[in-house]
Design a protein around this ligand. Structure first.
Ligand code: GNR
Ligand code: NI
Length: 174
């Protein structure tokens, strides 16, 4: 396995739509292994392939706590079967938007079908943090970021703070 660099805004790759996986071969498995290692190292609870620059519809999620056994979920070519009308607000963050957090309202539960690590077709019904995380990651596959769900005012504030952060980092490097 290898830890990869996580792309951050304003990298335009993050705005591209990812392509479905057509064959779950050793290359796809290597991608998933690398994504998992990158996510654990970050650390994060979810990661979409596009975040390491690979435009394929692949997601990894692990909601297990630090003191628990790891419980990775591999999601390939997810399809949303249904979403609840009821919404819930969660404070979201994104590894591609470092250090910024905001409340995002999304359907409180959803059901998806997908292919697992071995290419087996599966379905899961999710609620709470898992439902939020699945929707956040599926958004990535479509070039959408959590800040796109905020008001223009809140979104612009986060973009401004991210730019400021980047300028600071550049100053240190130069
Ligand atoms: O690590 C992450 N935490 C998180 C918290 C609330 C809602 C969504 C997330 S996903 C995020 C990792 C990430 O950026 N995945 O794309
Ligand atoms: Ni994210």
């Amino acid at each position: 396995m290898a830890k990869k660099k996580i792309l951050t805004i304003p990298n335009s790759i993050l705005r591209k739509v990812s392509e479905p996986v057509t064959k779950i071969d050793t290359e796809t498995k290597k991608l998933m292994d690398n994504m998992l290692e990158t996510m654990y190292a970050a650390p994060g609870i979810g990661l979409a392939a596009v975040q390491i620059g690979v435009l394929k519809r692949v997601i990894v999620i692990d909601l297990s706590k630090a003191d628990e056994k790891k419980d990775p979920l591999f999601i390939i070519n997810p399809e949303i079967i249904n979403k609840s009308n009821e919404l819930a607000s969660y404070e979201e963050g994104c590894l591609s938007i470092p250090n910024q957090f905001a409340e995002v309202k999304r359907p409180i539960s959803c059901k998806i079908s997908f292919l697992d690590y071995n290419g087996k077709k599966k379905e899961i019904s999710a609620n709470g943090l898992l439902a939020t995380c699945i929707q956040h990651e599926i958004d990535h596959l479509n070039g959408i970021l959590f800040i796109d769900h905020l008001s223009k005012l809140k979104k612009d504030l986060i973009l401004k703070k991210t730019n400021k952060q980047k300028i600071k980092i550049d100053r240190v490097v130069v």
